[in-house]
Design a binder for this molecule. Structure first.
Ligand code: BG6
Length: 499
């Protein structure tokens, strides 16, 4: 693989959690695979006063202790920068110039915003004032973390303000779900095989289900989560992006704009759920205290930083339609929640049943429809459920599995989402980043739901005991059939499985 051009990566918010948990480990993985540029530096920038040496020491905490990291850490530098302080950006500019000269790096810069969103605009503005935002002879790119806005208006404003400083093709809005190998594989499954695509439409698909369950709760992020909730935190971004990949038309070529054009068309075709329809199409819930595996588990309202009367949803399920030629009339169901029984993200395509049931009175076990399960995580893979004759007398029918697990490709290592996305940005490939218009379209879809919840406090927030599959009412969203209840292992479902 071609190495990216020489550049300096500036991480704003370098003393924060994301840098620690995701960015530095991802950069180290790229380093180990020899995928970083020949000449390269990472300049950490945040309020905390640290020296280069302190920053390198901190990096030790984030790097695998069993590995030799000394050479990698020579790429790391640090400059204290307060995002709202214009003078600090003058210093930053000088530091970048010196670093580029000392290390003989071309002055190409990527700016990674891993700060609270409230300072995104001031960072962009301050970079522009220092003439650090225009790509001319050398490239300038900016990576923006989620949340990208907290509603439609704020997302529009953020887009507008960023685009005053940078051109759209310089802005990389990160959605780490698109960096997941199994999400990208959806494009290959659909468009590199002749057998799925002919069935991938309203004529053969009964309904589509997306589940993204987490077994963890808010894990010390109560303060952030209180103002977010499952709809903003997971559904508006990660899960709608998944829907974009499931539902899009074949792009003309595998290139950023071609793919992103198709995703936007899907979002533009989402049938709006009006405020009045919200109680019929959306179910929200919040986890309450319970006992899991003999241990007492707190309810959401008892978590640190959470209002004891909070109505923030930790679970949401939505039913919707995509009004276009391919999907007209096919219901889509998405659900996501915290403190559910397992950490599982998967898509289930339910195919229509056979037109005439020849074997019905001869004994049938298992689900009645064919299902294609695309497992995003864990146990990444694909599972097809179909019917076979049970050996022996008569025509007993049973459902069997045909499954592929990524883990069977033993020699292949799945790169982390951040590793893939950082490398793409370094190579100037925005295919797996969200475009501004798509982000706005996604907000347009969820905005009436937010409005309904705000304007109509009578819409219930259902409590569900931590460790269960969310409120019972979410089952009622599906008129015919039920959610698949997934297990840790892709091929298992139903009552007996390991969670
Ligand atoms: C983040 C959300 O974007 O995604 C978190 O803010 C959530 O609340 C996380 O836990 C889930 O990501 P993953 O990759 O663990 O499924």
């Amino acid at each position: 693989m071609k190495k990216p051009e020489n550049h300096i990566l500036v991480i704003f918010g370098a003393s924060g959690d994301l840098t620690k948990r995701k960015l530095i480990p991802a950069l180290f993985d790229l380093y180990e695979q020899n995928l970083l540029p020949e000449k390269f530096a990472v300049l950490g920038a945040s309020r905390t006063e640290l020296s280069d040496e302190d920053f390198r020491k901190k990096a030790d905490e984030f790097l695998p202790s069993a590995k030799e990291t000394t050479e990698f850490k020579k790429f790391l530098f640090y400059e204290p920068v307060t995002p709202t302080e214009p003078d600090d950006f003058k210093k930053l500019k000088v530091r970048l110039e010196n670093l580029a000269e000392e290390k003989n790096i071309d002055p190409n810069y990527i700016f990674y915003l891993s700060t609270p969103p409230s300072v995104y605009e001031s960072i962009a503005q301050n970079l522009t004032e220092q003439k650090l935002s225009k790509s001319e002879k050398y490239f300038r790119r900016i990576i923006v973390e989620k949340p990208f806005g907290s509603d439609l208006d704020s997302a529009r404003n953020l887009n507008k303000n960023l685009l005053h400083c940078f051109d759209e093709n310089q802005v990389y809005r990160i959605d780490h779900y698109l960096g997941k190998e199994s999400v990208q594989n959806m494009l290959v499954t659909r468009f590199a095989n002749g057998i799925f695509e002919p069935l991938w439409n309203r004529n053969f698909v009964e309904r589509v289900e997306v589940t993204s369950a987490e077994s963890l709760g808010v894990e010390g992020r109560g303060g952030y989560y209180e103002n977010s909730g499952a709809l903003r935190d997971m559904l508006q971004n990660h899960l709608l992006q998944l829907v974009g990949f499931i539902a899009m038309e074949p792009p003309v070529v595998i290139e950023a704009d071609a793919i992103r054009n198709e995703i936007v068309k899907v979002f533009q075709s989402l049938r709006p759920i009006t405020e009045g329809q919200v109680p019929d199409f959306v179910v929200r819930g919040q986890y309450i205290a319970s006992t899991i595996k003999g241990g007492q588990v707190k309810g959401y309202r008892e978590e640190q930083g959470v209002d004891p009367n909070s109505r923030t949803e930790t679970f949401v399920a939505v039913k919707f339609y995509i009004d276009n030629w391919r999907w007209g009339g096919v219901p889509f169901y998405i659900r996501t929640g915290k403190k559910l029984p397992a950490r599982v993200t998967e898509i289930v395509i339910h195919f229509k049943q056979v037109p005439h049931h020849l074997f019905n009175n001869m004994g049938i076990a298992g689900p009645v429809d064919n299902q294609l399960v695309i497992r995003i995580q864990p146990d990444e893979g694909i599972l097809l459920k179909f019917r076979m004759k049970t050996p022996g007398a008569g025509f007993q029918v049973q459902t069997v599995n045909m499954d592929f697990h990524y883990s069977d490709l033993a020699e292949i290592r799945l790169p982390s989402a951040y590793e893939r996305l950082l490398l793409d940005c370094m190579q100037g490939d925005a295919t797996l980043y969200s475009r501004g218009d798509a982000v706005e379209e996604a907000w347009k879809f969820v905005q009436p739901i937010l409005n309904a919840w705000e304007n109509n406090p009578n819409i219930p927030v259902y409590g569900y005991p931590a460790g269960t599959w969310g409120p019972e009412n979410s089952d009622k969203l599906i008129e015919s059939g039920e959610w698949r209840y997934p297990c840790k292992n892709l091929s298992d479902d139903g009552t007996y499985c390991e969670l």
